[in-house]
Design a protein around this ligand. Structure first.
Ligand SMILES: O=P(O)(O)OP(=O)(O)OP(=O)(O)OC[C@H]1O[C@@H](n2cnc3c(O)ncnc32)[C@H](O)[C@@H]1O
Ligand SMILES: [Mg+2]
Length: 207
């Protein structure tokens, strides 16, 4: 059995990561979270890109625990804001992880943006760092448009404001999708799908 650490402090994101890894049906992989390992000093997520930040989190976890470590760095990139909030998504309103304040600020900033220019994408970079120091970084994107008000209570973060472009989600925000629907379409689901071969290889390795 290979143990892998999912290095996230966001309980709802961690739940999604666990869910998608479990749904991949990889045998021989035991998944643990940050609450299951001794505490360690985390580094600021000050990278310029999602990939940089995912690597910062995964490298720190792997170095501190000796475990293969998977980390996600994600956010929403709004076309009319030249890709922002981007890597600043978790702290857009100035307070880290205050979803309500982040959503309220973003809605207000987009109030004068017409319907045909409200495009956006959720982006996830997932980094896997192995104990030998090698890493694999993948990226998933989910296109949609920004709503004019919040809809739904599922998911987390900006989900109530995001209207996916997919037919499956027609007329619903990503906070109105079931967990299974979100995983099948989402940036994080796509990124992790790309990592499944690497996770399988890890599970089959003896290290
Ligand atoms: O860094 P960790 O500890 O994993 O947790 P975090 O919440 O700080 O995560 P990020 O630094 O990756 O910031 C991502 C932010 O982007 C938003 N976000 C990312 N994925 C999302 C999703 O699937 N649905 C809604 N919002 C999302 C949400 O506001 C997150 O707080
Ligand atoms: Mg973070």
């Amino acid at each position: 059995m290979t143990t892998i650490l999912l290095a996230s402090r966001n309980a709802k994101k961690l739940k999604e990561l666990r869910r998608v890894v479990a749904a991949a049906g990889i045998t021989g992989l035991e998944v643990v979270g940050l609450d299951d390992v001794p505490g360690y000093t985390e580094l600021p997520e000050d990278g310029a890109t999602f990939e940089d930040n995912a690597l910062i989190k995964a490298r720190t976890g792997a170095a501190a625990t000796g475990l293969p470590t998977l980390a996600d760095d994600s956010g929403i990139s709004v076309d009319a804001l030249n890709g922002m909030p981007g890597v600043l998504s978790a702290r857009w309103s100035g307070t880290h992880g205050d979803d309500a304040a982040n959503n309220a600020l973003l809605l207000a900033q987009l109030s004068d943006v017409p319907d045909d220019r409200r495009g956006a994408a959720f982006v996830s970079a997932c980094a896997l760092v192995r104990p030998d120091g090698t890493d694999t970084v993948v990226r998933g994107e989910w296109r949609g448009t920004m709503a004019r008000e919040a809809h739904g209570t599922n998911g987390f973060g900006y989900d109530p404001l995001f209207l996916p472009a997919d037919d499956l989600a027609a007329g619903r925000s990503s906070a109105e999708l079931s967990a299974e629907e979100k995983d099948a379409l989402s940036h994080r689901g796509k990124a992790l799908a790309a990592l499944v071969p690497d996770l399988r290889a890890l599970a089959n390795s003896t290290g």
